[in-house]
Design a protein around this ligand. Structure first.
Ligand code: FMN
Length: 186
């Protein structure tokens, strides 16, 4: 059975470039991994008071999906040199220090895409800090910054830049090996 990877995109925009990258990853028919995207659009704003007596149902569902996954794939833009608020908010629920932290020891593959030349690097540094605080496991490499993403997609949002296709495919293979080695340790 393939390992289940939960895909989280840090943009809610309909024609999001980052959603296009997630779609590419979902469509990769990888031998050992399967990506299922999960929308964070209905996650409420974090409020620790609302954890009392159980998480709100959308949050409980989100946390269950993370718990059941073998790993996470996060693909996100950068806003004002930081992590988009919607994504940070979702991670605050998931990695709660006042309730159950479902990010602990979870392997995470990170990617960011931006029309800029930097590819969302600042946002990814912040994400690494956040995920480290939650005790998630983000491998130091690869660091996947997809710069000038609008030039790498066709008019239907399909990834057509072959260098990026190869890099993402190789990175996914490496992530698969990492998951296997984690399994052996367990
Ligand atoms: C509020 C806001 C702030 C932004 N700040 C940055 C930034 O700091 N760095 C960057 O590379 N792009 C920035 N952008 C541009 C986004 O990368 C661009 O809108 C991108 O398309 C968003 O990702 P998406 O296509 O997946 O929705 C910003 C966009 C918005 C709306």
């Amino acid at each position: 059975m393939k390992k289940q990877i939960l895909g989280i995109v840090g943009s809610l925009r309909k024609n999001s470039y980052n959603k296009s990258i997630m779609k590419f990853m979902e469509a990769l028919t990888h031998e050992k991994l399967e990506v299922t995207p999960y929308s964070i659009k209905d996650i409420p704003l974090f409020n620790a008071d609302e954890e009392d007596g159980g998480d709100p149902s959308t949050v409980a569902q989100f946390k269950r999906a993370i718990k059941n996954a073998d790993g996470l794939l996060i693909v996100s833009p950068e806003y004002s040199h930081g992590t988009p608020g919607v994504l940070k908010n979702a991670l605050d629920w998931a990695g709660s220090m006042t309730n159950e932290n479902v990010l602990s020891e979870k392997p995470v593959l990170l990617m960011s895409a931006s029309p800029s030349g930097m590819g969302g690097g600042f946002s990814q540094s912040q994400l690494r800090q956040t995920l480290a605080a939650c005790n998630a496991y983000v491998p130091p490499q690869p660091q996947i910054f997809i710069s000038q993403v609008h030039k790498k997609l066709d008019e239907n949002g399909k990834l057509i830049d072959q260098t990026t296709v190869s890099f993402l495919t190789k990175s996914f293979d490496d992530f698969s090996k990492l998951l296997e080695s984690e399994n052996k340790k367990a």
